[in-house]
Design a protein around this ligand. Sequence first.
Ligand code: SAM
Length: 226
Amino acid sequence: MRGMRFDVLTLFPEAFQSFLTTSIIGRAVAAGHIEVVLHDIRDYSTDKHRKVDDVPYGGGAGMVILCQPLFAAIEAVKALADDHAPVIYLTPQGLALTQQRCEEYVEQRQLQRMILLCGHYEGIDERVREALVDEELRIGDYVLSGGELPAQVLMDSLARLVPGVLGNDASAKEESFSLALGRAQEYPHYTRPAEYQGMRVPEVLLSGHHAEITAWRLAHVRQGRD
Ligand code: SAM
């Protein structure tokens, strides 16, 4: 696999700056393992004031992002590359983002490009969903103000599975393997010093006995809970 390209459609491209330049993702971008191209939905508005939203038909709170700039943006971005790229809308009504789903995208489907659509306000005009969105994902059962954080969560979790992104590819394998039961499982980690404020690292971890260390770790596995 030759890395992954993400085309992100957003009203707030500036929200991605520190994400794209920091730590593992920053290095993955610099090394070309992932490419993230930001597209400002407002640039596709034909309105003279670059308007992108309007009140909902039928009344109700909030604003809805208009069909016009979204159709124009998605169609233009799709045409930028030959690769098949599903349009993924981040929405609280989407399928849950899980480690298994991430592995499916990267390892089974071997997707090399994705178009991510970030909503805002009350969301997007339903006709965009019907005509142009291929898949919908949610990052959790809560409502955020926009799709920018969900898009970053999705890209981060996928990037970790792209070969070369993690220094030690075994770390990603170990993590995803540990999720086989559907919940993240992990043993406790310690580093130097062996004693801190009277709290000692378990002796077995200092012993160098690999079999005993493995047994200790298995006996101390914790997993996420509701
Ligand atoms: N009226 C919408 C509803 O009740 O589902 C909420 C819209 S929310 C304020 C604005 C945008 O944030 C959504 O269009 C979506 O792109 C994004 N969003 C919010 N929570 C999300 C979540 N848990 N997962 C993915 N995207 C989310």
